[in-house]
Design a binder for this molecule. Structure first.
Ligand code: CP
Ligand code: NVA
Length: 310
């Protein structure tokens, strides 16, 4: 059997292929239950603290609603409103919160804040986005691809744009599930070399192919799923103008997606900027599954919380 209870979710590499597949299948089952009106409340009396250092629509709402649907309760903790924002250490915050809560979710800038919280907390810690990764989003993305395309193994995922937190978690999660992953980024905006190296090691085990390229068309060639994200992530807003120039050949538009499979899926973690990283025609077109993806944040995270915290 799988031993998942009490574990952290810092990145999908914390889990085996089988464990991720278990979470994806559970997410699909919990989605079915929710739509059928079948109650599933394994977290009755349990609480999740949600530390936010950055803005959020999907993550905040899906975790809070998910916790409620599982029978528990979630607390929104804005970093500036708790003593963490006034210099209380992560270690002390972790020690204190562990005495009240059954799980902690954190969205933060520095990834070391997530790993430090996970180190000092006695309860499961879930990474809800750092500058390095966004594994909860990728669980929802993988669920969405599986729902639309079946088994993940051997499917090609193409990511076009900033080699950011999304690119990292998609690369790691994708190869972990045996997908082929291509990433096209402009010079100076490539993914972290250490993450790529880690992904290549995983790919040797799972048989995935990885292509890190410059040309967006090459990345998208014959893809089953085409993914993009904003050009300026949270914390990089002042680089917006410079990045618009650097990324001008990296828009996912009708011309680019001609290179993908005819029945390709378009994915985007959202929020999106139509006319920048994606054209309105693509994101609002028939291949786009952005709202399934957003919905699946709820189901995927319910699977994670029910598994780690019950
Ligand atoms: N995709 C995502 O994490 O969205 P939010 O920033 O709205 O939470
Ligand atoms: N790369 C984006 C993702 C938002 C969900 C950011 O970090 O702002």
């Amino acid at each position: 059997g799988l031993a998942l209870k009490g574990r952290d979710l810092v990145e999908l590499t914390d889990y085996t292929t089988e464990e991720i597949q278990y979470l994806l299948d559970l997410a699909i089952e919990l989605k079915r239950k929710q739509k059928a009106g079948e109650a599933f409340r394994p977290l009755e009396g349990k609480t999740l603290g949600m530390i936010f250092e950055k803005s959020s629509t999907r993550t905040r709402v899906s975790f809070e609603v998910g916790m409620f649907q599982l029978g528990g309760h979630a607390l929104f903790l804005s970093k500036n409103d708790i003593q963490l924002g006034r210099g209380e250490t992560i270690a002390d915050t972790a020690g204190v919160l562990s005495r009240y809560l059954d799980g902690i979710m954190i969205r933060t800038f520095g990834h070391e804040n997530v790993t430090e919280l996970a180190k000092y907390a006695d309860v499961p810690v879930i990474n809800a986005l750092s500058d390095l990764g966004h594994p909860c989003q990728v669980l929802a993305d993988l669920q969405t691809i599986q729902e639309h395309k079946g088994a993940l193994r051997g499917k090609k995922l193409a990511y076009v744009g900033d080699g950011n937190n999304m690119a990292h978690s998609l690369l790691l999660g994708g190869v972990k599930m045996g997908m082929d992953v291509s990433i096209a980024s402009p010079e100076g905006y490539e993914s972290d070399a250490g993450i790529v190296r880690q992904a290549r090691e995983i790919a040797e085990q799972t048989g995935s192919k990885i292509a890190i390229v410059r040309d967006a068309r090459e990345a998208v060639e014959n893809a089953d799923a085409v993914y993009t994200d904003v050009w300026a992530s949270m914390g990089f807003e002042e680089e917006q103008k410079v990045r618009e120039l650097a990324f001008k050949d990296y828009q996912v538009n009708e011309e680019l997606v001609k290179h993908a499979k005819a029945d390709y899926l378009f994915l985007h973690c959202l929020p999106a900027h139509r006319g920048e990283e994606v054209s309105a025609g693509v994101i609002d077109g028939k291949n786009s599954v952005i709202f399934d993806e957003a919905e699946n944040r709820l189901h995927a995270q319910k699977a994670v919380m029910a598994t780690l915290m019950a």
